[in-house]
Design a protein around this ligand. Structure first.
Ligand code: FE
Length: 356
């Protein structure tokens, strides 16, 4: 870790600075502001992705461009909150987070700026970026159905909609409606099916829950493997992490289930992205754009997608061998911006259905 990175992490580690630390901060900043935050040779990145999933590719960027990247990592919602409260004084030039619903939230909060880039527009399919250029998808994940092998015949499965069928009563594990991934899934159904049908679906779907929603996506797969349910909903990269077997119990759980790609005969399986945006008050906006463009190069896409078992957003970069074993699938091509647009309505539908 470079001296600058360390210093920035220290300087920005207080959430709500007391007066004393504000004054201390002001003194330090008056000395260091220029070289740290306004230098043409750097870019400051707030990333909701874990350091291991991004740091190495940032180092490659620095080697190639000479532009130093100051990385701050944190939880998605906390980082957005931080950019909001820092306002014009934010150090963030680039914000990276997961889920188009969150990227839309950041756009709506007024903390991003639109950028226009032919490089980005050529590299990233139009449905995986904001129509106005406020954010750009960097990696793609799907949220398919996982079923317990030998218990569910995949012929019984077809669509997300069909999971509301009474034959699946108390057989499905899925996490809470607070979770943005589920909100985005329901938002995509709203776009496809409309509010009335989606509400009816949610009401019936909830009756099929095997247990009160709890835990993360991995816990749903574990729940299925341990016999608590026969079907689980989870993002593909969690399955990739589990099956790759860093933890034996997770590997065993993942081996008990298989992927079913829903909605292949109509709109396709629900997908989402991790993405990047330039902040509204970026001091290094040119470098910010350079960094995002770099992350969509073939080389970066390959590394970035494989580091977290995700799909590249670029069509000319192949998925890893592991992901290929899951088979090709048709992905829903709805503009992911709609997941944000429909988010509030999706949350209301889930609440009314009693989805905890
Ligand atoms: Fe996740």
């Amino acid at each position: 870790m470079s001296f600058k990175t360390k210093l920035i992490q220290q300087l920005t580690s207080f959430k709500i600075p007391h007066l004393a630390s504000i004054i201390a901060g002001a003194i330090i900043f008056s000395t260091f502001t220029l070289p740290l935050f306004a230098s043409e040779g750097s870019v400051n990145l707030y990333s909701a992705r874990k350091e291991a999933l991004i740091k190495p590719i940032l180092e490659t960027f620095t080697q190639k461009t000479g532009i130093e990247v100051n990385l701050i990592t944190g939880k998605a919602d906390a980082l957005l909150q931080r950019i909001k409260s820092e306002g014009r004084n934010t150090h963030a030039d680039v914000f990276i987070t997961t889920d188009a619903g969150r990227l839309y939230r950041a756009k709506n909060a007024g903390v991003l700026q639109a950028i226009q880039s032919n490089t980005l527009n050529n590299a990233i399919p139009a449905n995986l970026r904001d129509p106005e250029g406020y954010w750009y998808g960097l990696s793609m994940r799907a949220r398919p159905i996982f079923y317990v092998k030998g218990v569910i015949d995949p012929k019984e499965l077809s669509t997300y909609e069909a999971l509301a069928d009474a034959k699946f009563k108390k057989r499905i594990c899925i996490r809470s409606s607070n979770n943005i991934y589920n909100q985005s899934l329901v938002a995509s159904m709203l776009a496809a099916d409309g509010p009335k049908k989606t509400q009816q679906w949610a009401n019936d779907f909830v009756k099929n829950f095997a247990r009160k929603p709890k835990g993360g996506d991995r816990d749903q797969i574990k729940g299925a493997a341990s016999g608590q349910c026969d079907i689980a909903i989870a993002n593909t990269y969690y399955f990739g992490q589990m099956i790759s077997g860093k933890k034996t119990d997770q590997k065993k759980a993942a081996e008990a289930v298989a992927i079913f790609w829903p909605n292949q005969k109509n709109r396709g399986t629900h997908v989402n992205v991790s993405g990047a945006a330039v902040t509204k008050y970026a001091k290094n906006s040119a470098n910010a754009q350079k960094l995002i463009e770099f992350l969509t190069t073939q080389e970066a896409q390959q590394w970035y997608a494989s580091a977290n078992y995700e799909y590249p957003v670029r069509k000319d970069v192949a998925a890893t061998d592991l992901l290929k074993t899951w088979g090709d699938f048709k992905a829903d091509t709805i503009n992911l911006d709609q997941l944000g647009v429909n988010n509030a309505e999706a949350v209301k539908i889930m609440d009314r259905a009693g989805w905890k």
